[in-house]
Design a protein around this ligand. Structure first.
Ligand SMILES: [Ca+2]
Length: 300
């Protein structure tokens, strides 16, 4: 999952496009609020906030009255209790996975070589990331990114999610509870920002937002970008007019663009390669696994 960037860093050009797509003083046509009553109660405040932040009211109401919309109480507890150090990266070094990664390179050699030539990131590194992130596109998440991010954005009330936290969280000290509450608020704010990026991404690229699957934390596509990164680093590699992170060309070029931005260059020492990959996922075991998979894949 790529680490997201602060909203203020999103390119001004994107903001300009965003403005032209979503503003135009649509608030002038704002309805009297009765339309909001059709939105599930848990999401009404969020929908109003999006409109207050400039999104077109009719579009927001359409999103939040869609049949696919679902609130999931389990998202925030998962985010709060997620422990990167407990993930087992060893499974990605299994022979059968390495074999499939090699096969993936064989099947997509032309595309991978062209992207490697353009961005300078070895194809084995990109395919290793693809393997670790989505098992080469086999696992793209079971939920819809919109539902995940919207559910996280409204879950800033401890009492609302308390019942869904593990038993070890049920009898916390006051100090610990305060820490968790603060963390929840930060995550909810982060999810709100990513939700806005997702709405803009789907609109800019003319992709139905309710067709976009995401990880349990809202990362999307073969490359598992957070939506803010999809906006900032997404590349329309196959030139079909949209950045579709579920298509191999766009996803791999976007990934290469991201790694290049964060400092990947030829002949980089291993410790610096690790540094760059940690921008993708802030975990040393993750970065080391990616490089080890790449090394094994490269072996003939
Ligand atoms: Ca494209």
């Amino acid at each position: 999952m790529t680490r997201s960037i602060p909203a203020k860093m999103v390119f001004p050009a994107i903001s300009a496009i965003f403005l032209s797509l979503f503003f135009f003083g649509h608030q002038v046509a704002a309805q009297d609020g009765t339309a909001f009553q059709k939105i599930p109660t848990v999401f009404q405040g969020l929908a109003r906030q999006l409109v207050a932040d400039g999104f077109e009211e009719s579009k927001i109401i359409a999103l939040f009255t869609n049949d696919e919309l679902k609130f999931d109480n389990r998202i925030m507890p998962r985010k709060i209790t997620h422990d990167e150090t407990k993930l087992h990266y060893d499974i990605f070094l299994q022979k059968r996975r390495i074999k499939r990664a090699k096969q993936y390179i064989q099947n997509n050699r032309q595309l991978l070589n062209a992207i490697e030539k353009q961005y300078g990131i070895p194809k084995e590194v990109k395919v290793a990331i693809l393997l670790v992130e989505t098992d080469l596109g086999r696992y793209l998440g079971s939920g819809l990114a919109f539902n995940t991010l919207a559910s996280m954005a409204v879950a800033d009330d401890f009492e609302r999610i308390k019942a869904y936290l593990p038993s070890s969280y049920q009898n916390m000290s006051k100090k610990e509870r305060k820490r968790i509450e603060k963390r929840m608020k930060n995550k909810a704010t982060w999810a709100y920002s990513e939700l806005k990026s997702l709405i803009i991404y789907s609109s800019l690229n003319n992709i139905d937002i309710f067709s976009i699957r995401g990880s349990i934390f809202g990362a999307i596509g073969l490359c598992q970008f957070m939506p803010s990164n999809a906006l900032r680093f997404g590349v329309d590699y196959d030139k079909d007019g949209k950045v579709d992170l579920f298509s191999p060309g766009d996803a791999l070029a976007s990934m290469a663009n991201y790694l290049q931005f964060y400092g990947w260059k030829p002949n980089l020492r291993k410790k610096n390669q690790i540094k760059v990959i940690k921008h993708y996922n802030h975990s040393t075991p993750y970065a080391k696994t990616v490089l080890e998979v790449a090394r094994k894949v490269k072996q003939i």
